[in-house]
Design a binder for this molecule. Structure first.
Ligand SMILES: [Zn+2]
Length: 443
């Protein structure tokens, strides 16, 4: 049996925009779950519980990052090596016993970095060699205390498509696409990630990032195959036409996204082929912004990457504003692992989102907790401070509703009732410096 805990003198933020902050609260935790929440005078603390006085601090649900990759940490990288070199590196370095073990250690380190920064749930959307499935299973088996992980295994892509061939299972027809869903499912994934258009990281020409790669028939076959066993489909999409095809095919989330028209707005809100009858948008603003807006001398990216990033960012931002305006369900993801996106500063994405949409802090906190849990289909387990939910919570020194940057200073983290009393994160100084610069110039 796990230790029982009593958090005393809490200022509680519940993860719901409609609920205010409750002060002088006691929260009891038992067997990894939230057992009781109430005014100090109404809650009796069992003598054998470990009491933690958090006077003056704020307790809120652990953060959920709905779009990450664990294989990298946010230091800049390029994929400009020749095909022969990449092929050699994959088969002779990565896909070996040693290679897989090194990769898994690095993924574990990134997952722990996220956890210590307050991210108690991560949805990983594209990894190599099913190392993500193994890591999730190690955490589930309590081999170490890690975040809740939802994993997708390989991307599903087309010949020559985004992530292919090393990060993706390739299929060129609805039936091949169905087979690839079945392969990922057999290997234990929680969701399916597909690439409907090209992407910035491996585009060789300007315009390739948003270029349509999958057909509606392929997307529909994938969604039908996944939905019949109740798992969701997340679609990487970086153009308006790509979003249309993905929505018509019935995906559950659009990752990144693009400018919408009326047909697209309606499909987000009411999508008969999606598992829950609607599709959510998970933008990743911070992932595109530095490469799109900063000088090449700072980011060291190629002219092609910069121009593709600029197009993707501008269109994604329009899509985000339209989603807010039309009440489309919006989640939060960062694309951590991509250049200049670390695993430890999710607050930057929230800050960016707020600046660009004028959404209030209560709404943004709800988005990164309760709404994300709903979108991922785990709201019965986590995403809010409620009796019976997993004890996935963070303790903050300052009130994030006053200043979202308060999320950068996590005093304690608890995941499934496991307490991390003094979280510590190893930061990447060069990346931080660039992101701080972005923060000062952003309008
Ligand atoms: Zn991604």
């Amino acid at each position: 049996m796990k230790t029982g805990y009593a958090f005393k003198n809490c200022n509680v933020i519940y993860g719901e925009a409609g609920r205010g902050v409750d002060t002088h609260m006691t929260i009891l935790i038992q067997d990894g779950l939230i057992q009781e929440i109430g005014k100090a005078s109404d809650v009796a603390v069992p003598g054998h519980y470990q009491a933690i006085d958090v006077e003056g601090k704020y307790v809120m649900p652990g953060l959920i990052n709905a779009h990450v990759h664990l294989f990298a940490d946010g230091k800049p990288f390029t994929l400009s090596a020749s095909e022969g070199l990449l092929d050699f590196a994959f088969h002779h370095l990565l896909d070996t016993r040693l290679g897989r073990s090194v990769l898994k250690k690095r993924m574990k380190r990134n997952a722990l970095t996220a956890l210590h920064s307050g991210v108690t749930t991560m949805r990983s959307v594209g990894e190599f060699l099913y190392t993500d499935v193994q890591l999730r299973d190690e955490i589930k088996a309590n081999q170490f205390v890690g975040p809740n992980l939802l994993v997708s295994g390989y991307f599903l892509s087309v010949t020559g498509g985004h992530g292919a061939p090393y990060l993706a299972l390739v299929g060129d027809s609805p039936w091949e696409a169905r087979r690839n869903v079945r392969i990922n499912v057999k290997n234990g994934v929680d969701l399916i990630k597909i690439c409907v258009t090209g992407g910035v990281t491996d585009a060789r020409t300007v315009g390739e990032a948003g270029r349509l790669q999958m057909t509606e028939e392929e997307v529909a076959a994938i969604c039908e195959e996944a939905h019949k066993i109740g798992i969701r489909v997340a679609a990487h999409v970086e153009s308006t036409e790509g979003v249309r095809i993905a929505l018509k095919g019935g995906v559950d989330t659009i990752e990144h996204g693009a400018e919408m028209d009326e047909e697209i707005i309606n499909l987000y809100q009411n999508n008969p082929r999606a598992l829950k009858g609607y599709t959510a948008l998970i933008p990743t603003l911070q992932a595109a912004y530095p490469s799109a807006k900063l000088d090449l001398s700072l980011t060291k990216v190629s002219e092609t990457v910069k121009e593709n990033s600029r197009r993707v960012y501008d269109s994604m931002l329009k899509g985000v504003r339209q989603a807010v305006e039309h009440g489309i369900q919006i989640g939060v993801g960062t694309d951590a692992a991509m250049p200049y996106v670390t695993h430890y500063d999710l607050w930057r994405e929230l800050d960016h989102f707020m600046r660009q949409t004028k959404l209030n802090p209560r709404r943004i906190i709800e988005q990164v907790t309760k709404s994300n849990a709903e979108i991922l289909g785990i709201d019965h387990l986590t995403g809010s401070i409620d009796i019976g939910k997993q004890a996935d919570l963070i303790v903050l020194e300052q009130n994030p509703l006053d200043n979202i940057q308060a999320l950068a200073d996590t005093a304690m983290v608890m995941v499934r009732g496991n307490l991390i009393q003094t979280p510590s994160v190893t930061r990447i100084q060069a990346v931080d410096e660039l992101l701080d610069l972005v923060w000062t110039i952003q309008e």
